[in-house]
Every structure is written in C-alpha cells, then in structure tokens.
Design a protein around this ligand. Structure first.
Ligand code: CP
Ligand code: NVA
Length: 320
C-alpha cells in the first residue's frame, strides 16, 4: 500500500458511502468548483495517475474524469475494450492486478456490476464505478450536487443535507442503473423516489440493493408519479447494452415521456434533470429539457467538480 493510504476504499455503488461522507464530499465539491471558477490552481494529485477503462461509449464521464484529473495535477491513461487485452479475453482479475500496480486510481465503465466488483477485489488501488448495467453513482453525485446548488442553504459546514429529507424525486422511465442509484441515494439521504416505469421494466429492490422499500413508491401512471415532486428526472428508453430491445422499448415506453403536463403536476419550482445523452421527443419533450426548469447543463458540468472531490477523497482522505 502506498504512503498516504490508511484504508483503501472503492466507490462501486452509492451505498458505499454514509450520509456524513456525502455531506463532506458535497462541501469539497463546492470549494473545488469555486476555485475552478476563480481560475485558482489546485493540484493535490500531482504525480498521481488515473486509469479510465471504457467498455461502453462515453462523452461526459470521459471528459469530466480526464479534465478533472489534469486540473488536479495528475494524468490519465485511457483504455477501451477494443484497444486493450480486455477485448481479447484477458481475465478481469489479471487486468486488475496489472493495471493497479501502475496507477493510483481506476475508473471503469462496464456491463455487469459483478465485473467491476471482481476488478476491485483484485485491485491495489481504489476503483470508481463510471457506470454499470446496475448503477451510475457518479451521476447521482452530480445530480444531488446540482439539486443542492439550486435549492439548499449553505451553512458553516457546507450544504445542509437535511433539506433533502422528505423531498420527492419523480423517476419516469426505465427501472435501470440510474433508477437503482436514485433508490440507494433516497435510502441514505432520506428522500422518496416516485417511480413510474412501463410494465416489465420495474425497479427490483434486490438489484437496487435497498433494504428499506419505504424509500420509493410505485405509480402506474407517470403523471401521478410527478404530482408534488421537487425534482422530475428520466433517462433514455434504451440503455447501452440493451440495443437489441430498442424496437420493443420504443413501443413500451411511448407514454413515459416527460412533458409540460408532468412538470405542471410537480411543485411549481420543481427542477428537471436528465443524465444525458437525451433523445428529445422520446423520454422528454424539447420544451421541458430546453425549458426554464431544466438544469441539465449544470448537472453535466457538476460531474467534473464532484468527481474531483471524489478522487481527492479516495486518494488523500479528508482535507483539513
Ligand atoms: N451521463 C453520462 O454518464 O454521460 P456519458 O455516457 O456521456 O458519459
Ligand atoms: N442508462 C443509461 C445512462 C447513460 C449515461 C445507460 O446506461 O446507457
């Protein structure tokens, strides 16, 4: 173990951290973002290297981790299935043993959660989930930071996470990696997710890994899920890896399009979020995603700020 590590941590699911760790991370993200906006150099990760492994496509995850790591003084190595031995059946355990001897941190975007868990089990360095079929914790980190920026008071120790308690997040669409991660966040931070999915695409609490099924409520009608919500959010009808189901999903999800009527049913000051990439006219209408309640561009930018806080935390622990 390298000097500076007291206890190595991975970030594979949202529930890997406790509520008070999230309070710390969001405050660090706020400070780090402010420094960035002020053009202040902050390079605590000089000489540290992040390996980024992509088995699926990405724009935001790649740019946010890569730019974030360089801004913090470190460097990155970018690997894909096609240009590494991962695509030629080298066991994931062997890849983990080798890659983690040469870098300080690994971010992986892959298919089954079990794959990232196997990698982490054989890694000498912290591993971050950059999206799996089951979870997308870095995205929910950014979404929550965005919600806090827009809606939370800042007190002496940072954002007041108590403001999340009792809030309602409406999830309209697929019971996918994003939905599962929202459920985990709700369980830890004390809000409720109103979930509406087409039949056959429900969330499964066992897959989501939530113990308290009180952290979400299921609605057949997406409009009902949005009633009184403080945040309305959705995602693509067909996630990466499920492209063969695209035609049947187009039919099944036709009524799960977030539109002005759904936003009107939510709280008057409800925010709209989408992890992106979006398909206007499918899961969301253009007037909603491009409208005044949408915070999708802040959400995308915040990937970088909150992941810088995450990388700092995993490599250096608490600052100050
Ligand atoms: N939201 C998100 O993870 O985007 P990318 O697929 O572009 O990384
Ligand atoms: N649910 C989507 C999220 C993309 C960022 C997918 O897995 O493809």
């Amino acid at each position: 173990m390298k000097p500076g590590y007291s206890l190595m941590r991975h970030y594979l699911q949202f529930k890997d951290f406790r509520a008070e760790e999230y309070a710390y991370l969001f405050e660090r993200a706020r400070v780090i973002k402010q420094r960035f906006k002020n053009y202040e150099k902050y390079q605590p990760l000089t000489d540290r290297t992040l390996a980024m492994i992509f088995e699926k496509a990405s724009t935001r995850t790649r740019v946010s981790f890569e730019a974030g790591m360089y801004q913090m003084g470190g460097s990155v190595v970018h690997l894909t299935t096609g240009d590494s031995q991962l695509g030629r059946s080298e066991p994931i355990e062997d890849s983990a043993r080798v890659i983690s001897r040469m870098v300080d941190l690994v971010m992986i975007r892959t298919f089954e959660q079990s794959k990232i868990e196997r990698f982490a089990a054989h890694s000498r360095v912290p591993v971050i989930n950059g999206l799996t079929n089951e979870f997308h914790p870095c995205q929910i980190l950014a979404d929550l930071l965005t919600y806090l920026e827009h809606r939370a008071p800042v007190n002496a120790s940072g954002y007041d996470l108590n403001c999340l308690k009792g809030k309602v997040v409406a999830w309209v669409g697929d019971g996918n990696n994003m939905a599962n991660t929202w459920l985990q966040a709700a369980e830890i931070l004390g809000f409720t997710v109103h979930v509406s999915t087409p039949s056959g695409y429900e969330v499964d609490p066992a897959v989501a890994g939530v113990r308290d099924i009180g952290c979400y409520k299921v609605f057949k009608n997406p409009l009902d899920a949005c009633r009184g919500a403080h945040l309305v959010t959705t995602d693509v009808w067909t996630s990466m890896g499920y492209e063969a189901e695209n035609a049947e999903r187009l039919k099944a999800f036709a009524d799960w399009c977030v539109d002005a009527e759904m936003m009107a049913a939510a709280q008057p000051d409800a925010l709209f979020m989408h992890c992106l990439p979006a398909h206007r006219g499918e899961e969301v209408t253009a007037d909603v995603i491009d409208g005044p309640q949408s915070v999708v561009w802040d959400e995308a930018e915040n990937r970088m700020h909150v992941q810088k806080a995450l990388m700092e935390y995993l490599l250096l622990g608490r600052i100050g």
